[in-house]
Write a protein that binds this ligand. Structure first.
Ligand code: T46
Length: 188
């Protein structure tokens, strides 16, 4: 059901699927289920993005306090490699990243607390990604770091030059220039 990663508070969730002759049913989010695992994050906004091509990279993004967002990410169609990067100053894993393959078929999810960069690359065409956010969209607090930043050295499984990027992401800041607005707070 819930698997910790080496990054504090970043967990992989695999909701239970009730299968029968019609197909399956699963609860994709239940506040009480997460509370059983000590996760008390509440969400106020649902997002969905669709990416036509394999190799589409969205990220690495964050919103700064007071609009910092935790995210609960899942895939409705296709497969992505989902990445979180710890940017909490003072954290023993500052600048470290974890990746996880999320797929519609598996129905697995990645929970990323506030204080982390988030981004993904699509591993199939026509990828639909849905994610819950713990704070509303607040453009004035948005920040972005280059997905292929050499200091992060994230393995995206593609050549950087092959990435399909938005203009915003193509012009994102270097990690070294990030003035992280997050202070390290341990997660349960
Ligand atoms: C994030 C967001 C965007 N927008 C508007 C602003 C732009 O005109 C348009 C596309 O936004 P953007 O290019 O930032 O979309 P993505 O590149 O998919 O960004 C997202 O991708 C990574 C993976 C994330 O984790 C963030 O949630 C988010 O930054 O949607 C909204 O109206 N509300 C929103 O919450």
């Amino acid at each position: 059901m819930i698997e910790k990663t080496e990054l504090d508070g970043v967990v992989i969730i695999e909701p239970r699927r009730f299968t029968d002759s019609r197909g399956y049913f699963c609860e994709t989010y239940n506040i009480n289920t997460l509370a059983e695992f000590g996760i008390t994050t509440t969400f106020v906004q649902d997002n969905q993005s669709f990416s036509e091509e394999t190799g589409t990279v969205r990220g690495l993004h964050f919103q700064a306090p007071p609009a910092a967002q935790a995210k609960l990410v899942r895939v409705l169609s296709g497969v992505i490699w989902d990445v979180a990067v710890d940017i909490r100053s003072g954290s023993p894993t500052f600048g470290h990243w974890v990746g996880c393959e999320l797929s519609a078929e598996k129905g697995n999810q990645l929970l990323i607390p506030a204080g982390y960069l988030h981004g993904f690359v699509t591993r199939t065409p026509k990828c639909t990604v849905a994610y819950k956010c713990s704070a509303p969209y607040t453009p004035a607090t948005e920040g972005a770091v280059r997905f292929d930043d050499p200091d992060l050295a994230i393995d995206w499984g593609i050549r950087p030059e092959d990435a399909v990027l938005s203009d915003k992401d193509a012009a994102a800041a270097a990690f070294a220039d990030l003035n992280t607005p997050f202070t390290y707070e341990a997660h349960p």
